[in-house]
Design a protein around this ligand. Structure first.
Ligand code: ING
Length: 310
């Protein structure tokens, strides 16, 4: 009997700086309700789904920074989302800015089961951008200022009849992310992203190239690890800053099977047959038969590239 997971990628349109958590959560609940009408099993929300993409703003006052973070999860504002999901019996993935009780700040994603209980947590490992104001950039991308690199590695969880993993945005550009999940037998990777439509350091890199790089990363990651991949955008123009769309569901052969058509709140749904991961895992990407780890030492023994002297 095949293991079908009906997945909804719940793309968020723009969230303006002035928008309240309550207003945003109401938008997420509206998409959750629509997913429930379609009998979805899992709803994947985006990265930093509760707020505008605040790392674009240079802030020096810690209280101002921390206003973008959640100290509790569920928090007062997000409890209605948890309760509605539990009422529907739907699992969900939610991205948000996490401020821990001992004062650590992460770009975090959680997986919540059909019973409303926390199943798993992931903290973004690959933080893009920079830590100080950079006048050379057309806009800022201060994730290295506001977040610490994730400290829980790349876990997977047995849930909803399969092996589920998560990553966040820039993580998808790094093959290490996908392979760490692939080496644990992942069958579906859920991720959110907030990707500026243009390159702040390269004016001629616009939406077309950004979309190409996004698809390339998603399709390669899924194919090379024989896994489903669900990428959910926050997109549209936030206070004058365009974020690209590209919410999509990719099958274990690397084919894009469903894609968003707008840059607004939009559901993209697909019946993901988790058994469709078997063929790739048992043939071309049968890691046990084909990988040669005796030759891979550099991947974990060095950080920067070291070209030969001559
Ligand atoms: N955003 C972007 C992303 O990785 C980026 C940053 C864009 C890095 C393009 C490199 C190239 O999609 C986040 N939030 O990581």
């Amino acid at each position: 009997m095949s293991r079908i997971l009906r997945v909804a990628a719940a793309q968020s349109g723009p969230i303006q700086r002035a928008e309240s958590r309550q207003a945003v959560v109401a938008r997420l609940i509206e998409m959750l309700d629509r997913a429930a009408e379609k009998k979805c099993d899992l709803v994947v929300f985006t990265e930093l789904a509760l707020t505008t993409f605040f790392p674009r703003w240079y802030m020096t006052d810690q209280a101002e920074v921390d206003a973008w973070f959640e100290r509790d999860m569920p928090s007062l504002a997000t409890r209605p989302l948890f309760e509605r999901a539990q009422k529907h019996g739907i699992a969900f993935k939610l991205g948000y800015a996490e401020l821990t009780p001992d004062g650590h700040r992460f770009n975090t994603a959680i997986l919540v089961g059909r019973d409303g209980k926390l199943l798993g947590k992931y903290r973004k490992v690959h933080l893009p951008g920079h830590g100080e104001f950079d006048p050379a950039r057309s806009f800022q991308h201060l994730e290295k200022r506001y977040f610490e690199p994730g400290d829980i590695g790349f876990p997977v969880w047995r849930a909803m009849g399969g092996v589920i993993g998560m990553c966040i945005c820039n993580d998808r550009r790094w093959p290490e992310t996908w392979r760490m999940l692939g080496l644990q037998g992942v069958e579906l990777v859920a991720l959110g992203f907030n990707t500026p439509s243009v390159n702040s350091q390269k004016a001629d890199e616009g939406p077309a190239q950004r979309a190409f790089q996004h698809r390339l990363s998603m399709q390669a990651g899924a194919y090379q690890n024989a896994t489903w991949a669900v990428a959910v955008a926050k997109c549209g123009v936030e206070d004058g800053h365009p974020l690209m769309g590209g919410t999509m569901i990719v099958d274990p052969n690397g084919e894009i099977v469903a894609e968003a058509q707008t840059e607004d709140d939009e559901l993209v749904m697909w019946d993901c047959d988790l058994d469709a991961t078997r063929f790739g895992k048992e043939t071309v990407f049968d890691f046990a038969r084909h990988r040669r780890i005796e030759h891979y030492g550099r991947i974990t023994s060095q950080t920067a590239a070291t070209p030969p002297d001559k």
